[in-house]
Design a binder for this molecule. Structure first.
Ligand code: NAD
Length: 268
């Protein structure tokens, strides 16, 4: 892989002022991309990441938008185009969990998770695709007219009791990703997903914050370590670069083996 495989490209990472999105944004910037740090809360965290990226000699701006709000998403793209001219890479990463047993799950919890995790990816992918198709390929920049990376989860495949809204949103992302990959491929747009396993971020703090919780979690991970955000950031750079130019409609599981049915290592 070239040292700065994303040089000259501009990238939008949603939910980029925390956890996985932050790591993807930092890795994109390190790979040469100009990066939009999208955030919905804690602007100071977004600004600090921008400053850090700039101190490292790279380029970034922070833009606020709720990815589930159509007008805000359109305004964010407008501001990005004003600053960087176009978009080459979207990492649709923003996501939330509002956990509840099914019988207690309110419609509000269901709708909110679907709105952010699934509708948010639709809205952001649609705006990116419109620009990719309008602008087309610039061979000196990338072999593709654009790249979309959808942040999914191992729970697009693994059922997860107590998290029906979240698991349904990730299952939806899987089919959204494959369908738009099929639809956009003739336009030289590549669409893929990353399905992280357990990555140490604020979203799943309860699963790793105490030694007890962490040791229970590790029984689900053959690699015997919790993932770090940079594990996902590095995978995202590869999926965004021309090194993966023939990779289309694929989900890359980055999960330390979590999807390998770890219970069967000793049972069965
Ligand atoms: P996180 O809570 O650290 O980050 C989530 C980010 O999304 C935050 O920046 C948050 O502000 C932002 N966000 C929430 N609602 C938003 C909205 N409406 N508009 C814009 N931004 C919004 O969690 P994370 O672990 O970094 O999660 C990032 C993505 O990775 C999510 O899609 C999550 O489902 C996925 N994921 C995480 C794990 C894990 O183990 N951490 C595993 C699988 C998938």
């Amino acid at each position: 892989m070239r040292n700065r495989p994303l040089e000259g490209q501009s990238a939008l990472v949603t939910g980029a002022n925390s956890g996985i999105g932050e790591a993807v944004a930092r890795c994109f910037a390190g790979a040469g991309a100009k990066v939009v740090i999208n955030y919905i809360s804690r602007p100071e965290a977004a600004d600090a990441i921008v400053e850090d990226i700039k101190r490292g000699g790279n380029e970034a701006i922070a833009l606020s938008a709720d990815v589930s709000n159509e007008d805000e998403v359109k305004a964010m793209y407008g501001a990005m185009f004003k600053r960087y001219g176009t978009i080459d890479i979207l990492c649709a990463n923003a996501g939330i969990q509002l956990d509840s047993p099914l019988v207690d799950m309110t419609l509000a919890k269901w709708n909110t998770v679907l709105a952010v995790n699934l509708t948010g990816q639709f809205l952001c992918a649609r705006e990116a695709a419109r620009e990719f198709i309008r602008r087309g390929v610039r061979p000196e920049i990338s072999a593709a007219a654009g790249k979309i990376i959808c942040m999914s989860s191992v729970h697009q495949d693994i059922p997860w009791a107590g998290h029906a809204n979240y698991a349904a949103s990730k299952g939806g992302i899987h089919m959204l990703m494959q369908t738009i990959a099929q639809e956009l491929a003739p336009h030289k747009v590549r669409v893929n997903a990353i399905a992280p396993g357990a990555i140490q971020t604020p979203i799943n703090r309860a699963a790793w914050a105490t030694p007890d919780a962490l040791s229970r979690l590790l029984t689900l991970i053959p690699d015997q370590r919790i993932g770090q955000p940079v594990d996902i950031g590095r995978a995202a750079v590869w999926l965004a670069s021309d090194d993966s130019d023939y990779v289309q409609g694929t989900t890359l599981f980055v999960d330390g083996g979590m999807t390998l049915y770890p219970g069967f290592a000793t049972g069965g």
